[in-house]
Write a protein that binds this ligand. Structure first.
Ligand SMILES: Cc1cc2nc3c(=O)[nH]c(=O)nc-3n(C[C@H](O)[C@H](O)[C@H](O)COP(=O)(O)O)c2cc1C
Length: 328
């Protein structure tokens, strides 16, 4: 983990991936204080709100943490300026290829740029464009997902990219043995989301945490695209009434597209807003029936609420045991 830990400035190269509504000051600070790397999920926050959240996180930890920004946010440059003001060391750009202007602003701010690489060709392009590290996230992950599994992406991308820059692996990691395996394959570190939702410090509603503790891997299903005319990024979540409501929402948007009532981009934006609202209802209000229970397949390995430091401690101990056993 040395290379990844040095890159992040942490004890362990274990990132807690940003989770909208979940990854706020409390969880982020707890992860960083435990030797991992917490990442604030900016989501749809405006610059003033992000400013407040970063300041509040800094009040809870003196350790490094990052900020995750979604590339389609309309106030991207203002958000980067807020990160620069707080001297945030690492900015993670999610949700599509970043613009040249965003990359330039991050570099000018002196922050390290981390990007999601969904395929080898894009990994190479991102490295050329100035990414300082890559995150590979497979389809086992919770939230918005790509079509390819973590194990296949790791095999395709690690041999080519890890000689050039640190690569972190995300999606489907539940135990330290998997961390050890990806490190052996050349990864510099890992990113987990699902495993941290039920940390004691996570502000997710008790109902949301209970749903995670009850669920098994097969409950975390990817959403289906209803109509090829309306491409929608699949989302992996626990199956509930909200899953059906999402299908109905897609049907409604296809109807509006057919009637010429909305443009394609607007229909896609409405779907993204739908997800953000549904996730908020589940995480914040505890509506686990109608809201969205975004969760990865590793949800089956979430069995109790426990402090972030204990989760990180178990992962590190399991990884060390796995590596020691292999070394004989
Ligand atoms: C509830 C939830 C919300 C998420 N929100 C975001 C987000 O806002 N931005 C992002 O880049 N990734 C998001 N993710 C993905 C995580 O950052 C992380 O990459 C992923 O959870 C790793 O896979 P795992 O769930 O199998 O551990 C989310 C995941 C979950 C479970």
């Amino acid at each position: 983990m040395a290379r990844g830990a040095e890159f992040l400035g942490t004890r362990y190269a274990i990132m807690a991936g940003a989770m909208t509504w979940v990854s706020e000051r409390n969880l982020v600070a707890a992860i960083s204080n435990a030797g991992g790397f917490g990442v604030i999920a900016c989501g749809a926050m405006d610059p003033a709100r992000l400013d407040e959240e970063i300041a509040a996180t800094k009040a809870l930890t003196s350790k490094p943490f990052g900020v995750n920004l979604i590339t389609m946010h309309p106030q991207m440059l203002e958000l980067i300026a807020v990160c620069a003001k707080h001297k945030v060391g690492h900015i993670v750009l999610a949700g599509g290829l970043p613009s040249g202007a965003a990359i330039e602003a991050i570099k000018a701010a002196g922050a390290k740029l981390m990007c999601f690489a969904p395929a080898l060709a894009l990994a190479k392009k991102l490295a050329r464009s100035g990414a300082d590290a890559l995150i590979i996230e497979g389809s086992e992950a919770g939230g918005h997902i790509g079509p390819v599994s973590t194990s296949v992406l790791a095999q395709e991308i690690l041999p080519e990219m890890s000689p050039q820059l640190p690569v972190f692996i995300a999606g489907g990691i539940g135990r330290g043995s998997a961390i050890a395996a990806y490190l052996e394959m050349g990864a510099s570190g890992v990113q987990l989301g699902t495993r941290f939702v039920c940390a004691t410090e996570s502000v997710a509603h008790a109902n949301f945490k209970r749903a995670f503790i009850r669920a098994s891997a097969r409950d975390a299903l990817a959403s289906v695209q209803f109509d090829p005319r309306l491409p929608v990024i699949p989302v992996r979540a626990l199956k509930n009434a909200g899953t059906e409501a999402f299908t109905a929402k897609q049907r409604e948007m296809v109807g509006q597209l057919d009637a010429g009532a909305v443009e394609l981009a607007e229909a896609q934006l409405q779907i993204e807003h739908y997800w953000a609202g549904a996730l908020r209802r589940a995480v914040v209000d505890g509506d686990v029936e109608g809201g969205s229970l975004m969760a990865g397949q590793s949800v089956g390995m979430v069995t109790k609420e426990e402090p972030a430091a204990d989760i990180i401690g178990s992962l590190v101990a399991e990884a060390a045991t796995a590596l020691a056993e292999r070394a004989g």
